[in-house]
Design a protein around this ligand. Structure first.
Ligand code: SF4
Length: 155
């Protein structure tokens, strides 16, 4: 059993109320091979919601703020911890998360300026899962055969 970002399976849980469905990932869910999660909804945020971005400090500390400057870090951490609990409960083999999201991004995320600029980094949920020892990949790695190698920084 694996865990997948709910928006990749067609659930309209993105900040803008839309999904980013990938049919092959939806099929995994339909075939009972995957469990869907949306860490931002699990953390208590509603859909649609304001766009948020993660801001990293040089010392490794971070926060997540929305477009109006509100600190929403606690929602992101709570959601990520709930996903970790689910992963442990179902003994997930690996985790398949949506790229570039402040929760789910696994290699590149927006830089916190809301200008569309991407930087190397990962979302809060991807980080917490990796720190717990889980393999995390994004939809593009899944489509090219499940390579979780970190040498693909632009995924
Ligand atoms: Fe998709 Fe993850 Fe964003 Fe939820 S938090 S909408 S699962 S990318």
């Amino acid at each position: 059993m694996i865990i997948v970002s709910a928006c990749l399976a067609g659930v309209c849980c993105r900040y803008d109320g839309k999904a980013t469905e990938i049919p092959a990932i939806k099929k995994l869910v339909d075939d009972s091979q995957a469990v869907i999660v949306c860490p931002e909804e699990l953390g208590g945020l509603s859909t649609p919601r304001l766009k948020s971005e993660r801001i990293m400090a040089a010392d490794g500390e971070f926060k997540v703020v929305n477009e109006e400057g509100e600190d929403v870090t606690s929602y992101f951490i709570e959601g990520a911890e709930k996903v970790l609990e689910i992963a442990q409960e179902i003994e997930a083999e690996f985790i398949l998360l949506k790229s570039k999201s402040p929760s789910c991004g696994s290699h590149r995320i927006y830089d916190g300026t809301f200008t569309g600029r991407l930087i190397d980094g990962q979302g809060v949920c991807a980080q917490i899962l990796r720190e717990a020892g889980y393999k995390v990949m994004n939809e593009k790695e899944f489509e090219v055969g499940g390579d979780t190698n970190e040498n693909h920084p632009h995924f």
